[in-house]
Design a protein around this ligand. Structure first.
Ligand SMILES: [Zn+2]
Length: 144
């Protein structure tokens, strides 16, 4: 138990030493996915940061945030377009041999799996920080 707390402390120190918008290393991400306390702490920190930047924005102009981030709308449109085109292609090769159809559908499944994996890997920060939205008052409660 004591050992786990020490590991959590090391992970949180490593997390806090990251720059803003820096990609979270896999080791920290893995721990955050497994450890509920650290995940809650990170969510509270991101809520606090959002509130602070909102205050800054209202008071001091704009902040350049998420400059090289692909928006969720583009991911959805891209996935929908890919699936539609693959389905359309599948319909056009209805008369081909079963072996060709199996190859097509396996490629179809692999393309969708790769797309989903790239989507999740590219948005791990989003999934860790905002799977469950916390109310702004959550940062005021003690961690333990
Ligand atoms: Zn932890």
């Amino acid at each position: 138990m004591k050992n786990n707390e020490k590991k959590c402390e090391m992970i949180m120190d490593a997390y806090l030493s990251l720059d803003k918008n820096e990609i979270v290393p896999l080791k920290i991400t893995a721990h955050l996915l497994m450890c509920r306390e650290c995940r809650t702490a990170v969510r509270r920190l991101s809520v606090a940061e959002r509130l602070a930047s909102r205050t800054m924005k209202n008071g001091f102009g704009t902040s350049a945030q998420n400059e090289n981030h692909i928006s969720m709308t583009k991911w959805v449109i891209g996935g929908f377009a890919m699936t539609s085109l693959l389905l359309l292609f599948g319909i056009t090769m209805r008369d081909s041999s079963p072996a060709q159809q199996i190859v097509f559908y396996l490629t179809f499944a692999a393309a969708i799996c790769i797309y989903c994996a790239v989507f999740v890997a590219g948005n791990l920060d989003f999934f860790i920080k905002t799977i469950k939205k916390l109310p702004p008052t959550a940062i005021l409660k003690p961690l333990r």
